[in-house]
Design a protein around this ligand. Structure first.
Ligand code: C2E
Ligand code: CA
Ligand code: CA
Length: 763
């Protein structure tokens, strides 16, 4: 800490307080003024008595008057001491005038004594009197340089004048001798002033430094306690007492460190059980305080941190900090890092640590159950995230309630929960727990007044059979879960090595599929859709083919569902659309192209914009493009689907409902959406030769669709008999199937219609 101060000795530069106190000093010495004045008056009266000169009596009387005035002035000053620098300056000026007048009168008296008389005694009395007064000036008025200069020079001129007035060489010599004396009076006064001001300023600086230090000590958030080399407390601040629970009026200064510890223990801040340990640690830290920190758990969940810092003189400074909040925040961060904030369950990290510990420390079996909620996504989507969150919390509670003590339930994120079980009876008890979990989750939930039904699928892996590392076991449980979900949800499956094989194959397929588009391994084949009246192709349906470098042609049935799950179908589908549109441009103008759209393309990509752009890019007339969609598109988001279909119709593109009869087959869709065509799935054809009911159903759908103004396509026509039935029925506008042609490369269409090979094709 440093205190800013001034070392200049000029009164104008003095700090206000000090300047005012110098003015105080001028007015304070009433007694010396009184004595000085009194002796001057007596001396003047003596000179008058001896000489009989009335002028000298006048001088005596003037001195009396001035003395009275000055004493009155001093009284006044005492009554209204200045508190501003301006007031002080005014008082100083008044003092200078008064005492200047006083010296002037004395000087004149001395001069007159020399001018009017030849009496050596009178000369001696007056001269020495004024001289003594001058010495008094240096002693009394040194604080004001101005005053000293005015008084000294005024008196000196008159005294020297008096000496010179006498016609005596000795008097003249004396006058000469006195010049340096007058100068030295000023020097003495200046030196005195400097010494005094230095001392006063230094005192002032020290005081303000001490004040600032005190303010800093009082206001610092830490408690501070300074020990000397003998471990005696020399300085503390208020916060120190507060933090250690010592009452504010206990002054610990002067206490030995031992006594201080005892006081802390006595007031109950340090729990009795820890008191001994506290004292020994405290004393040890104090004995060799190399920036040592001791944290101190107190009564009432408070924690203090004591930091010791050695000082040069062998003592040390101890800082006391309340770290309760910091500790709490650290604990909270730790909790956030280790536990799921929503459900309070351990998170993946915590689970894995525990799992690793269990694996390494016990020889018996462990079961990992990977639990995934069925239909959770729908709840989240339809009822909103807050509802989904509340559901997850309830699921967590139910899981906690079905496991035994020692089992661990964790949440890995989303709707994935994992249970670590110590199965007493291997597979059997793991299966039992899985069943209990499924049953618990299947019970309906009541969330914000909604009755919610969900289910759970579970995959189980057991150590050591299914692996002996956490990674391996978790992975295998996940694979088993995958199988459980594929097997119809609401079931549990134990991991089996073949599952791993399937999963591996699937992973490879995913990897290859990701590359296939870039490696140009896809091709589009076309299958004719025949106009039932003319028997000629009305359009070709674009069907995707994957020419795999090792496996040859891979069926779309195998890879499209995977591409759909991966989201890759959007890019692939857009590529097919562009390729099909581009191919169609070179076909006869009355032949159209049909392209299958995945529900994901409908949901994710802005399908209308993509179609419009593709048509523009390839130059295909919109009416030559037909998009085949499935029911799931209409079910997903009915309103958005309706809008998109209408926009496609506005573009001039037609839409067909594909695979009718395989899914939900709601007849209401036919009415509700702007669809141009319906494609009836080939499964309808299977039994029409033998089953009368099947034929009735097919007829019903076909007629209804025709009546709604839609074209009706029958897919999968393979025999002439089937065709005959369809022709006879009369509601069908188109047929498609192996009977008319299998899906084929675009080159075949070009040959079939006697077209030239296109010079450049859009890929
Ligand atoms: P889909 O849209 O129903 O296509 C008709 C499927 O029936 C084709 O199978 C076709 O080869 C087959 N098929 C045609 N006539 C007959 C027949 O007389 N008898 C039999 N048994 N089958 C016949 P493919 O090419 O294997 O395609 C399977 C499915 O893959 C398609 O069914 C379609 O859903 C999907 N798909 C194909 N290409 C694409 C595409 O580019 N995008 C999308 N999103 N899906 C596609
Ligand atoms: Ca189709
Ligand atoms: Ca179909």
């Amino acid at each position: 800490m440093q205190a800013a101060g001034t070392n200049s000795r000029k009164s104008e530069n003095l700090p206000e307080k000090i300047y005012i106190s110098t003015v105080d000093a001028l007015y304070s010495d009433g007694r010396s003024l009184f004595v000085g004045s009194l002796s001057a008056i007596v001396a003047a009266l003596v000179t008058y008595w001896k000489s009989g000169e009335p002028a000298l009596l006048a001088c005596a009387l003037a001195t009396v008057a001035l003395g009275v005035l000055r004493i009155a002035e001093m009284r006044r000053y005492a009554g209204s001491r200045p508190d501003t620098i301006e007031d002080a300056r005014r008082w100083e000026a008044r003092y200078i005038r008064m005492s200047g007048a006083n010296v002037l009168v004395l000087g004149v008296w001395c001069f007159l004594c020399f001018a009017l008389t030849q009496d050596a005694a009178i000369h001696l009395i007056s001269f020495s009197m004024v001289l003594a007064y001058l010495l008094g000036i240096a002693g009394r008025n040194f604080s004001s340089d101005r005053l000293v200069v005015i008084q000294t020079s005024c008196a000196a001129v008159l005294m020297i004048g008096g000496l010179l007035y006498q016609n005596s060489i000795y008097y003249h010599f004396l006058a000469l001798l006195f010049v340096p004396f007058f100068i030295s009076i000023r020097i003495i006064a200046t030196r005195l002033r400097n010494v005094l001001f230095d001392a006063v300023i230094a005192k002032h600086d020290i005081e303000s430094l001490a004040n600032r230090f005190d303010t800093a000590l009082t206001n610092m958030p830490h408690g501070l306690c300074m020990f000397d080399g003998q471990k005696i407390v020399v300085v503390t601040n208020g916060r120190f007492n507060e933090l250690l629970g010592l009452s504010a009026d206990i002054d610990v200064r002067g206490m030995h460190a031992d006594e201080l510890c005892a006081a802390c223990i006595a007031n109950g801040m340090i729990p009795p059980a820890r008191s001994e340990r506290f004292t020994s640690r405290f004393m040890e830290a104090l004995a060799n305080p190399k920036r040592k920190s001791v944290s101190l758990p107190l009564q009432g969940r408070k924690t203090l941190q004591l930091t010791f810092q050695p000082m040069a003189d062998g003592g040390s400074v101890m800082l006391v900090e309340d770290i309760t909040e910091r500790r709490r925040a650290e604990a909270k961060i730790e909790r956030l890092a280790r536990f799921d904030t929503l459900t309070g369950l351990p998170n993946r990290m915590t689970f894995t640590e525990r799992f690793e510990y269990e694996l390494s420390s016990r020889n018996s079996a462990l079961a990992v159950l990977f639990v995934d909620l069925d239909q959770f996504k729908q709840v989240n989507d339809t009822l909103g995230h807050p509802c989904g969150d509340a559901l997850l919390c309830e699921v967590a509670d139910r899981l906690r309630s079905v496991v035994r003590r020692g089992d661990v339930v964790a949440r890995f994120g989303g709707d994935e929960f994992v249970v670590l079980q110590n199965p007493s009876d291997g597979t059997e008890s793991a299966a039992l727990l899985a069943r209990r979990i499924i049953q618990a989750i299947e019970q309906s939930f009541n969330i914000d007044g909604h009755q919610i039904m969900i289910g759970a699928s579970i995959g189980i892996a057991l150590s050591p059979g299914d692996g002996n590392s956490t990674g391996q076991l978790l992975k295998n449980a996940d694979i088993a879960l995958y199988r459980a979900k594929a097997d119809g949800r609401g079931v549990y499956r134990f991991f089996e090595p073949e599952m791993d094989e399937t999963a591996r194959a699937r992973r490879i397929l995913e990897l290859e599929l990701r590359e296939a588009l870039a490696r140009e391994e896809f091709e589009v084949f076309y299958q004719p859709i025949i106009d039932i009246k003319t028997g000629k192709p009305a359009s070709y349906e674009a069907l995707l083919r994957w020419r795999h470098p090792q496996r040859g042609m891979v069926s779309p049935g195998e890879f499209i569902p995977v591409a759909e799950e991966m989201g890759l179908i959007v890019d692939i589908g857009n590529w097919v659309l562009r390729k099909a549109c581009s191919d169609c441009t070179i076909w006869p103008s009355d032949i159209r192209v049909a392209v299958n759209l995945s529900p994901l393309q409908f949901r994710r990509a802005n399908v209308v914009a993509v179609v419009a752009d593709t048509l523009k890019e390839t130059g295909l007339a919109p009416h030559r493009l037909e998009l085949e969609i499935t029911e799931s598109v209409l079910m997903d988001d009915t309103e958005a689907a309706g809008i998109a279909l209408q926009k496609l119709r506005d573009l001039g593109v037609t839409t067909a409902l594909d695979d009718f009869g395989t899914g939900y087959s709601s007849l209401s869709y036919l009415h509700a959406f702007p669809l141009d065509k319906i494609k009836i799935d080939r499964s309808f054809l299977e039994d029409i030769d033998t089953d009368k009911k099947a034929l009735t159903l097919l007829r019903g759908v076909a007629r209804l669709s025709a009546e709604l103004g839609m074209s009706v396509v029958m897919e999968g026509v393979e025999t002439n008999e089937q065709l005959a039935v369809l022709v006879k029925e009369g509601s069908f506008t188109n047929v498609q199937g192996f009977l008319f042609g299998r899906p084929m490369p675009v080159a075949n269409i070009i040959d079939l219609h006697g077209l030239d090979q296109p010079s450049a094709r859009v890929a």
